[in-house]
Design a protein around this ligand. Structure first.
Ligand code: ADP
Ligand code: MG
Length: 847
């Protein structure tokens, strides 16, 4: 190998090649230009209405009104464009974080780069679990086995060889070559990249690299239809109000009558279309995902954010997620009393550069007991029997101190089947296994064989006839926080299901330690294989521990729970876990020890592999959903006074010029509503009882009857207050003053409403206090107040057809605004009292 090959490309060279060959992607990602994005937003029905209204003003010969209107419209469009730009940024940043990466050698150093930045000539290092990102020659290989079924349809793994060792090419698919889109199932290798992107074989067949498709989330679909429904109602009311207004202004010339009636219709339609909903969703979901990412859980698919809150069953791997994955050898039991030989064979059975925490622990134990690595691995490794999930054992064959030694270790059930001993001895061994397992130890059996000649070496481990040497008991303590987490899950109605490759007794012991209910009900992998789907469905209703499971079983477990109507989250780290991760409602991959393939199949990547993080994520999922619901309710509430005013004015025969809200004012209100809710409500912390509720029913609509009723009542009260005040002042003969009074009431009521509706249980001042240090919230609140002062007391008031209020009038408006919303605090108070007394009676009962 030339030095260039071992050093890899230089950074400068790599950059040059990227310019020449482009990025390693199948289709360049299309970016919607800023211009098209803006056009997109303008084409929303809401903005079309606004623009029509502005045009009408110009036609009416009131360019001043038209201009003011346009300025507002530009304001709203800017807010939307900024919000969309920000969500785009957030989502792209998230995508980048979770995009596939690959290790390459550049400038003589091993570095990790995004797979899209790979260029021809790169030396990439691949290992088990990696999805190969480009085509290239095998330069160096170590037991490399690749699953090429995505290209060839051949399920059997292909063992790769290096270019030097390759026989003359006989097949189209080369054995000394790796192809993009295929999976490394075993071993590791160095590949000299030759083709990238569309030039690869994978690219040629036009396969789609499992790109994350941004389809709308269920909630987005739900709200889309809600918006459509509202738009439909708006269209009908538009016709009604326009007709009504037309007959209301009989004294005016025909043209004016037409225009006046269209304007009132538009005002109403604007008030009726909840165009904020899609924006709210996008902002809440993407900001939610962003906050989760900061908390070590990386969302790969946006719908996961909303599904999270509905999770009712959480299936987790024991090792590494529930436990710390810090193994130590706690007990050894030598069958014939020869501790030293047991220790040495156990060491010989480990990988020379062990990465498995269990093997690391074993080698550490050897060192501590005087069996040095230099001695252990001083000989020649003749062959190895690889570990597979099905076999659950493995072995190495060494030329050691002039002897041939087969050193094997694995799960006792399996290893004992290839060991030689009598029936009486079996009973003693099994008793010891049970005893060790009951302490929560992982038990590993060790066996050896000393063939005389190389010809006697068994070809597979199952053909070996071993001498049983003894047992190793490894401890992997549960993470400290898990016990509390399990308790919280029970309260939150989330069932925790433990899945492990360990034996049932060990699993059950750990389950007991962490306080899992039903810890002695277990289904083993073998039982599962012989069970029909129907039986399994019944069983999973109370069994929460699955032992000796292979990844293929996970799929069936997920399905059984889903068939029972549960929303399932499932963790996985191996290549074989990918199908189960895909079929779970929330597939969770491990950021640290997970394979690339499992990450690609997952909805969520757990950066710290920690069980507690999953619980925090579920909690945050519930919070986000809660806040979306609050925001939707809020938007409904605040639109009611606007819609009703526009509806009622023509009925009361109010002259168009003296109307409460002209299109101008509706736009002005929109300008406040949008940011207020998407910022203040988005930031709301979780309610106290959020993890004491049952998981949400996924069938339930975002706008429940209760939310709707609450919104309507709140909205009607604000309407009555603002419109009432307007109407009283209108009688005094100054429409601008009357309008200003009403408008100030709505604007201030809006501020208070956000605080009141921030929480269903906490009082407004508590919610306020929680965010008291939040600069953004102050910015919004003070901004609105300054805004009111500016539109009232500067010459702008003329443009807006408003009138400066006297101090008394202003105080009156403030008082009414507060009263119109604050009453809801009493409802909360009464609920709180009721809950408290209910709580007390339940506590008193046992006496
Ligand atoms: P888990 O899902 O709990 O991580 P694994 O699938 O890794 O379990 O392992 C399952 C069983 O296979 C273990 O309980 C052990 O008996 C056996 N085993 C795992 N790794 C090795 C190894 N490196 N050598 C021998 N036996 C192993
Ligand atoms: Mg494992």
């Amino acid at each position: 190998m030339t030095t260039k090959e071992t050093m890899g490309l230089t950074t400068a060279e790599a950059r040059k090649r990227q310019e020449q060959y482009g990025k390693n992607e199948l289709t360049a990602e299309k970016k919607e230009s800023f211009f098209f994005k803006t056009i997109h937003i303008i084409c929303e029905p809401m903005f079309l209405l606004l623009i029509v209204a502005a045009v009408i003003y110009f036609v009416l010969g009131e360019p001043r009104d038209g201009a003011v209107m346009l300025i507002f419209v530009i304001g709203i469009i800017s807010i939307d464009v900024i919000q969309e730009w920000k969500t785009d940024q957030t989502l792209n940043a998230l995508k980048e974080l979770s995009a596939p990466h690959v290790t390459v050698r550049r400038d003589g150093k091993e570095i990790t780069i995004a797979s899209v930045d790979l260029v021809p000539g790169d030396l990439m290092l691949i290992a088990e679990g990696v999805k190969i990102p480009a085509d290239g020659e095998v330069i160096k290989a170590n037991d490399l086995c690749v699953d090429e079924s995505s290209l060839t349809g051949e399920a059997e793994g292909v063992w790769k060889v290096t270019v030097e060792n390759a026989e003359a090419a006989s097949d189209y698919w080369r054995r000394d070559y790796c192809y993009a889109g295929t999976l490394v199932t075993q071993g590791n290798a160095t590949i000299l990249v030759e083709k990238i992107g569309a030039a690869t074989e994978y690219g040629k067949i036009g396969a789609n690299v499992a790109a994350v498709v941004d389809s709308p989330t269920p909630l987005q679909k739900q709200t889309d239809s809600l918006v459509k429904l509202c738009a439909g109602i708006a269209a009908v009311l538009f016709l009604l109000v326009s007709t009504f207004t037309y007959f209301n202004v009989l004294n005016q010339p025909f043209n004016d009558r037409i225009i006046e009636s269209i304007l009132s219709g538009i005002t109403l339609a604007m008030a009726m279309i909840p165009e904020e909903f899609p924006v709210i969703l996008m902002v809440f979901l993407s900001m939610g995902a962003w906050r989760l990412a900061k908390n070590n859980s990386l969302v790969r698919k946006l719908p996961a954010v909303e599904t999270l809150g509905a999770v009712s069953v959480l299936c987790v791997d024991k090792t590494g997620t529930i436990t710390m994955n810090q193994m130590t050898v706690q007990e050894t039991w030598a069958w014939q009393g020869d501790e030293e030989n047991l220790c040495e064979i156990m060491g010989l059975g480990c990988e020379t550069d062990a990465y498995d925490p269990m093997e690391k622990a074993m080698l550490r134990y050897c060192e501590e007991h005087g069996v040095k690595k230099t001695h252990l691995f001083g000989g020649d490794l003749i062959t190895e029997y690889a570990f597979t999930n099905e076999l659950k054992m493995m072995g190495h064959v060494w030329h050691h101190d002039g002897e041939i030694i087969v050193a094997a270790k694995g799960s006792p059930e399996r290893l004992l089947t290839i060991c030689d001993f009598g029936e009486n001895e079996r009973a003693a061994i099994e008793a010891k296994i049970t005893e060790m397992s009951k302490q929560g130890l992982r038990v590993i059996a060790v066996g050896e064989m000393r063939p005389q000649t190389e010809a006697e070496i068994p070809t597979t481990i199952t053909e070996a006839k071993l001498t049983f040497l003894g047992l190793i008991g490894l401890a992997d303590p549960p993470r400290e926080s898990v016990k509390d987490d399990i308790k919280n899950c029970l309260k939150a109605g989330v069932r925790v299901v433990m899945i492990t490759g360990d034996n049932g007794i060990t699993a059950s012991s750990i389950a007991k330690q962490i306080g899992m209910p039903n810890s002695d009900h277990i289904i083993t992998g073998d039982e599962l294989s012989n069970m029909s789907d129907e039986v399994l469905r019944e069983k999973v209703k109370d069994v929460s521990i699955f032992s000796r499971v292979i990844p293929e079983h996970k799929m069936r477990i997920v399905k059984a729970f889903k068939d029972n109507g549960e929303v399932v989250a499932m963790t996985g780290d191996g290549v074989n876990d990918a199908p189960a991760l895909k079929s779970a409602d929330i597939g969770i991959a491990m950021g640290k020890r997970g394979s690339e393939v499992s990450r690609e199949a997952a909805d969520l990547i757990l950066m710290d592999d920690n069980f507690s993080t999953i619980i925090d994520t579920i909690k945050d999922g519930r919070r986000i959903y809660d806040n979306i619901r609050k925001a939707v309710g809020y938007v409904f509430t605040i639109h009611i006074p606007i819609a009703f005013s526009s509806l009622l004015a023509p009925l009361l025969g109010i002259a168009p010029a003296s109307l409460f809200l002209l299109p101008l004012h509706v736009v002005l209100l929109e300008l406040i509503i949008d940011p207020t809710c998407s910022i203040v409500l988005e930031r709301q912390p979780a309610e106290h009882d959020i993890m004491e509720r049952k998981p949400r029913d996924t069938q339930e609509s975002i706008l429940t009857a209760t939310t709707l009723a609450k919104s309507v009542i709140q909205g009607l009260v604000i309407f009555a207050s603002s419109f009432g005040l307007y109407y009283v002042f209108l009688r005094q003969g100054n429409p601008a003053l009357a309008r200003t009074m009403g408008l100030v009431v709505i604007m201030l009521a809006n501020l208070v409403l956000v605080q009141v509706n921030s929480s269903n249980t906490d009082f407004a001042f508590q919610s306020f206090k929680r965010l008291i240090k939040d600069k953004v919230m102050w910015f919004i609140n003070i901004g609105t107040i300054v805004g009111i002062i500016v539109i009232l007391y500067t010459p702008i008031n003329g443009f807006l057809k408003l009138y400066p209020l006297t101090v008394e009038q202003l105080l009156l408006a403030i008082g009414i605004a507060i009263l119109s919303v604050i009453w809801y605090e009493f409802v909360k108070f009464i609920n709180w009292q009721r809950n408290k007394s209910r709580h007390e009676t339940t506590i008193k009962k046992p006496e």
